[in-house]
Design a protein around this ligand. Structure first.
Ligand SMILES: [Zn+2]
Length: 138
């Protein structure tokens, strides 16, 4: 079994923080597209990127107060910490040059990227805390 769908993204990083593995039926389609976008960003940055949040089950998404139509639940999104010494805006500027990244959300401490199947890129600024950076209250 491979460690992940690409050189730099592992199945462990893609799993939900509640312990649920990344869904098997999306591994060849969604995970590969997401991992290719991640690897392109990782290569351009030239430094490791910490994945805060990737796939979320609907239950976990509710527990962390995620958006209802979250791309994380669809297995198409990653929340990433900028490398040490980088701002979220600097990481976003690099990500913006990658055409396969169709959703780009800038938050205070992390960057959301996703590979939603839409022609137009969605870009937004958000204020919420990183969903999986803190232990959710249950
Ligand atoms: Zn996100």
């Amino acid at each position: 079994m491979s460690l992940g769908p690409s050189r730099w993204l592992s199945w462990a990083e893609l799993a939900c923080k509640d312990g649920t593995p990344y869904p098997h039926e999306w591994r060849d389609s969604r995970a590969v597209a997401l991992a290719q976008a991640f690897d392109t960003l990782r290569a351009k940055v030239g430094l490791p990127l910490v994945v805060l949040s990737a796939f979320r089950t609907p239950e976990h998404n509710r527990a962390v107060d995620g958006a209802r139509q979250s791309q994380h639940v669809q297995g198409r999104a990653l929340d990433l910490l900028p490398p040490k010494g980088w701002t979220v805006a600097q990481l976003a500027a690099v990500a913006a040059d990658i055409p396969s990244i169709r959703g780009l959300g800038l938050y205070g401490s992390f960057l959301h990227i996703d590979v939603r199947p839409t022609a137009r890129r969605a870009t937004w600024r958000g204020a919420r805390a990183a969903a999986d950076a803190v232990t959710p209250i249950r």
